[in-house]
Design a protein around this ligand. Structure first.
Ligand SMILES: O=C(O)[C@H](CS(=O)(=O)O)OP(=O)(O)O
Length: 240
């Protein structure tokens, strides 16, 4: 099995994903929010790229969620915060989500045979799901504003470590994957500190959202692995 790791959304083209399993990572915070919403009972998360798309997708009972500049979009029900998804019940509600990087990354990967949503929160379960799907894997680190984000690299390294431990055939990775595996191996005892030292971590702390970092830094809090499906002309992340 071959694994390629892509450092940010801008570096990815749809051709990267053909015949592959895509794993999308946006630890701060989109994929952590999607996993939290589904683990706490949301009936599905619809990732959309723009505020206009979000409003157009909303049906009765849906929650409109998302951020711009890390803050809740005016008029929306919730932001892009796993803390908010824990504090406000999303049970049996569909979540329409638009974020700066994560939902864009998901849309970029739709040519893959399978698209899985990963964060530190579900790393072991996601690594196992990817192995079970028996395709070569492309891990897309969403990053922030078209640049690499250290928390996504850390999570990619953790996924690689778990995949290496589970895969019964030979697992090969590209050089960026090797670098992310080393990053994780060096920082596995300082995950929270490493995330807080990154640009998005600093931004969230400055905005008073440090609790989100603590929540997103939990490794293997959930066993749910959101998978992207097409529903008519709409994409939806759900667990099954
Ligand atoms: O809401 C977030 O944490 C980020 C904001 S930023 O663009 O990285 O500042 O968006 P996300 O799409 O979850 O990376």
């Amino acid at each position: 099995m071959q694994v390629q790791v892509i450092s940010s959304v801008n570096e990815a083209s749809s051709a990267h994903f053909v015949h592959k399993t895509a794993i999308i990572i946006d630890v701060l915070r989109a994929t952590s929010s999607i996993i939290t919403a589904l683990a706490t009972g949301s009936s599905g998360v619809v990732p959309v790229e723009t505020v206009m798309d979000a409003r157009a997708a909303q049906k009765d009972g849906d929650l409109l969620c998302g951020e711009r500049f890390c803050k809740k979009i005016p008029g929306f029900d919730l932001g892009n915060s796993p803390d908010e998804f824990l504090m406000n019940s999303v049970k049996d509600r569909r979540v329409i989500l638009t974020t700066t990087n994560g939902t864009r990354a998901i849309h970029k990967s739709t040519r893959a045979d399978y698209v899985l949503v990963a964060a530190l929160l579900n790393a072991s379960a996601c690594a196992k799901a990817a192995i079970d799907l028996r395709r070569d894997v492309v891990i897309l680190c969403a990053g922030s504003h078209d640049e690499f984000a250290i928390e996504d690299g850390l999570c990619a390294g953790l996924l690689l470590a778990k995949m290496q431990a589970t895969c019964t055939s030979e697992l090969t990775m590209d050089d960026f994957g090797l670098a992310m595996l080393s990053l994780y191996q060096n920082r596995s005892n300082e995950i929270k500190e490493t995330i807080r030292s990154g640009a998005t971590g600093k931004r969230l702390v400055k905005l008073g959202m440090g609790r989100d970092i603590d929540i997103c830094a939990e490794v293997d809090a959930y066993s749910q692995v959101p998978r992207l499906q097409t529903n008519g002309d709409m994409l939806i992340c759900s667990c099954y």
